[in-house]
Ligand binder design. Sequence first.
Ligand code: GLC
Length: 463
Amino acid sequence: MLNKRLFTLLGLLLILSLALVACGGTSTTNSGNTETATEVPADTGDTADTGDTGGDMAEGITLRLFAGNVGDELALSKAAAARFMEANPGITIEVVDTPDFVEDRLGTYLQLFEAKSNQGDVFQIDVIWPGDLAEHLIDLNQYGAADVAGEHFDAIIENNTVGGQLLGIPWFTDAGLLYYRTDLLEKYGYDGPPTTWTELEEMAAVIQEGERGEGNADFWGYVWQGNAYEGLTCDALEWIASNDGGTIVTPDKVITINNPNAIEIVDQASGWVDTISPPGVTGFGEEDARGVWQAGNAAFMRNWPYAYSLGNADDSVVKDKFDVSPLPAGKGSPAATLGGWQLAVSKYSDHPAEAAAFALFLASYEEQKVRAIEASYNPTIKALYEDADVLAATPFFGSLYDVFINAVARPSTATAPQYSDTSALFFRAVHSVLTGDSDATTAFAELELDLQDLLGFEARQQP
Ligand code: GLC
């Protein structure tokens, strides 16, 4: 309720501030900063690979890209926008920075969409959103995407296709990984990273005790995403799927979350809080976990690939002291949640052709290559996994290729257009177990009823 009011307020502020920018004012709100990407000199003469779509584009127009700002994302988007403007001098791109947490970002977008506002053109959308946002997005196949869709992973194109329309061109894909400190594993006599959650618990406890004994009181065994938000849905789905507990709702619309394997592993995970994980982990997002990890204060971290490049930056305490592996498993096989972001064009844009051209430019081979090399964002274009420059910069794109292509999808297609509500019920139930307000048996029995009310699907107590 409170959140809804907050979003309404933030959304109105955002629309107002964008209108001000359009009139030549300046703007800053809590939910977004609008900035024009760095200006670059006009036409250099060579526009072959830089998104110039020839003479078809309107002149003197401004497009707004609503983009993420986790890690170095915003700087990457601005640099890409500058390259596009260089090839298309008639177009100005403004990059609008959006909130980190998925729910907050969705709230910002929905305010614009529900007002049918023309103040946003290109939107960075989550892999879980095409179904929920379908009514507000254009079919990119009508604007050239049909020619390039085949270069991308088929499963993501399929995910982004709703009612035969391609609503987002894939930009980068994500999968949950286990980050581990190679130096500490060696110091404590371990041959390699843990392959089960129980092994992770044991190793994390030993290393934590040892490091604290040597005077680092801030050291923790394992950091991850435990706040009540979409990131917890991702982490908890990994625990549950790896314990043969299913995916909350099956692709053919059966609610399966209330099963013994799911209950068992979530109860196990609740035991990590304030033992091998900080008590504050129940308020952690991706960047909180990375903060502890990159300061050298954790043996293991669950995160997405973007943390690899930042962890190896010159100012990082853990530079060259870590590696990544598949996440541990319960009684089944390891599971990584499928994440990732697409570029979509709003139906309410005044310039859909130019916006689509910009989206396709951002998602092109050359642009995905820059992001892969500079910031370890996983490409969605298959051929980039065989590109020598990419593999040299991020060797795990090759060694963990199977993790990326076998990642487990959240039930966003089966539950659309109510995935966000489904996920919110799920992460709140898991969170109540992590904080000790409930146990998984009780929380998942209630969740099953709530999901039946919301979705009207059948339920069964096995995955
Ligand atoms: C990452 C993933 C996205 C997921 C989010 C959760 O950004 O790419 O799919 O929803 O994390 O925090």
